[in-house]
Design a protein around this ligand. Sequence first.
Ligand code: 8IG
Length: 270
Amino acid sequence: MTEPLDDPQAVARAAAEHIAAATGVERHDIALVLGSGWGGAADLLGETVATIPSTDVPGFAPPAVVGHVGTLRSVRIDGTGKHALVLGARTHLYEGRGVRAVVHGVRTAAAAGVRTLVLTNGCGGLREEWPAGTPVLISDHLNLTATSPIEGANFVDLTDLYAARLRAVAREVDPDLPDGVYVQFRGPHYETPAEVRMAQRLGGDLVGMSTALEAIAAREAGLEVLGISLVTNPAAGISATPLSHAEVIEAGQAAGPRISALLAAVVAKL
Ligand code: 8IG
């Protein structure tokens, strides 16, 4: 089968065909992108049907960050029997592979039949009442990357991008989950304290380097999106101590079991 490589939708269809063949699952229902701290959730969702190295799948690049998992997993969800596609291999804009690479996983999920996308991430917190380890539902975003995954004059509506319906489902599991506006910066550097104050004044609650572009691509593809962040560090200037990647990994590991259980319980209701 030959697909034109300059058509991102065609590459996504090729990837979806590869996944269907490798997993024996014709259509997946839900996809999850597991960011920093969320990797343990895949084990709690249900029975893993197949694990595929993402580098075997058309269009997927090798992961660039320690702590990010480079596999795709097909899981039969306990209780519902639905099939989840777990994307453990996020590509970030700061890797320099371009925005097509960033959203290839989302487009592949859509081509694989997915209707519901769960985007997770580790991020910096802009609110003092959210210490490291706090999960937060994303209610909306500010895309400060100066780019879009959409190609051509497709004026996609982003009202209710992070579906209120899905946030309500998450709150059936944990009524105390706060929500907030996620601000995507390009990275890979963390923000300056002045940029953090800017993000606050613009209405942001969380700062990160992913998710917004993926959510836009998901909406273009007609998916319903649930976004959940894990605050792994107070953003620069919010706390007195400088940020370190080690601190981020540590906070993710500490909160891992709790947020994984939360996510599994939410997915069982989707
Ligand atoms: I984990 O403080 C994580 N990712 N932009 N700022 C940005 N991204 C992040 C941060 C942070 N922490």
